[in-house]
Design a protein around this ligand. Structure first.
Ligand code: PLP
Length: 440
């Protein structure tokens, strides 16, 4: 049985509140499938907002949760520590080859970003050789979450434009975009012209930090860019003592084929933010990984130098235990699975392009992401372009769950998805898009 968002008791997010919208009532899930209350099985082609990297209810995550709940459900982390938090922190720091020194817990990506921003500001306040700083360098087309601070460092767009009066100072630059380089450069000729203005700015004034999604701007269009950009940002940040903050809420935990995008790019940030796939999507958990030189500015007997930030459920043992099992799974099977997935997706590019011809453009693959743009005559761009919703609705007929970003269509399936399910997704996409263009 389906519902509409006006009649449910729950205010369903990112959904237009009108009776014509339908909500699928999901009652069960397993692997890449979810089942609705009428018994229909659907393929979760975007891994429930990129979280279910090992599919739903992976047995190893379920048993980690079952084991933890018989021992310790929750204890506040202030004044206490527990084995679940310590094991996960150690595993995460090892996953970074000790590029980071401390793990600060929270319960979602936006909060983990807030923590990175506040820690950065306080780092300069605490540091005896620095003056306080307050402004961040950010990019259009970036998305870092929906809380006020996370909105502030995101590009100005449909998600946050209504709240623009609440903004604290940031300086926004056009997002690097190697798919449509405004300078007409290719990988061979690029000298990172897209950072010229940022370079001027950062040399003229002191900023707290540069905040960026490494290699892929996800929620704002699945825009891919070259690692040269990150190399240059690292160089500029180091020269000017500005902190470099990578938001790996989407790209962390293997989505691009390496455990982290920063490892794929070979560029180390000073703070790194993760959430989403951290618990394989089973429980809410966010982390902010902090470099040693930053943490050192907080070691003090002086309470004014301490970082006063916590959420009630910070470091929840159930979430941490599942997180630990998820990091172990990533090493055991996740990274090899995502590489296999990437090979499958790469093989699909050419036949997909051939079949759909001029109806689509910019077909691209990175790790476990397959994305492209549907060529649409409707002028409205971005997320609100109605073509995305029309494609999502049509895909329902094939029992495939998608959430296009306007005319940008993408899949980010669980790394463990079967080839049969992938074939079904592509068949559904092809039939949907061919049918569309014919009826237009
Ligand atoms: C790159 C990035 N950062 C932060 C967030 C916010 O995470 P959350 O929705 O867990 O608050 C998202 C969510 O999509 C994201 O993609």
């Amino acid at each position: 049985m389906n519902f509409n968002p006006v009649e449910t008791h729950t205010w369903v997010p990112l959904t237009i509140q009108e009776e014509g919208e339908t909500l699928i009532n999901i009652v069960k899930a397993e692997a890449e499938f979810v089942t609705d209350s009428d018994g229909n099985t659907w393929i979760d082609a975007i891994a429930s907002w990129w979280t279910m990297i090992f599919g739903h209810r992976h047995p190893k995550l379920v048993s980690a949760l079952e084991k933890q709940i018989t021992e310790l459900d929750h204890v506040m982390l202030a004044g206490h520590i527990h084995p679940a938090a310590e094991s996960l922190s150690k595993a995460l720091l090892e996953l970074t080859n000790l590029d980071f020194h401390k793990v600060f817990y929270s319960d979602n990506g936006s909060n983990a970003i807030e923590i990175a921003l506040k820690l950065s500001i306080q780092y300069y306040q605490n540091h005896p050789d620095h003056k306080p700083r307050s402004e961040f360098l950010v990019f259009s087309n970036s998305y870092h979450g929906d809380s006020i601070g996370a909105m502030n460092v995101s590009g100005k767009n449909y998600f946050n434009r209504i709240f623009s009066d609440l903004r604290f100072p940031t300086k926004e630059f056009p997002a690097p975009n190697c798919m449509f380089c405004p300078w007409g450069k290719s990988a061979n000729t690029c000298s990172v012209e897209c950072l010229t203005d940022l370079e001027l700015a950062i040399k003229q004034k002191e900023y707290v930090g540069i905040v960026i999604e490494p290699l892929v701007f996800g929620a704002n269009g699945m825009l891919f860019y070259d690692k040269k950009v990150l190399v240059k940002l690292r160089e500029l940040a180091t020269q000017t003592n500005t902190l470099l903050i990578f938001d790996e809420v989407f790209t962390g935990m293997g989505r691009l084929g390496e455990a982290f995008a920063y490892q794929k790019a070979g560029v180390k940030p000073d703070l790194l933010v993760m959430a989403k796939g951290l618990t394989g999507g089973m429980l809410p958990l966010g982390v902010t990984l902090v470099a040693k030189f930053i943490y050192e500015q907080f070691i003090s007997k002086d309470p004014y130098r301490a970082f006063f930030h916590a959420h009630t459920m910070t470091g929840n043992p159930l979430a941490c235990s599942v997180g630990y099992a998820s990091v172990s799974l990533l090493k055991e099977i996740g990274l090899s699975q995502v590489k296999k997935l990437e090979v499958y997706l790469q093989k699909r590019v050419e036949p997909f392009q051939r079949k759909l011809g001029k109806r689509i453009e910019n077909v691209r693959v990175m790790g476990g992401i397959f994305a492209f743009e549907f060529k649409e005559t409707i002028a409205e761009d971005e997320y609100l372009n109605p073509v995305g919703k029309r494609i999502r609705e049509k895909m329902k007929e094939f029992r495939v769950l998608l959430r296009p970003l306007g005319r940008t269509i993408y899949i980010t399936p669980p790394y463990t998805i079967s080839e049969n399910s992938l074939d079904q997704i592509f068949l559904a996409l092809e039939e949907t898009l061919l049918g569309f263009a014919e009826s237009d």
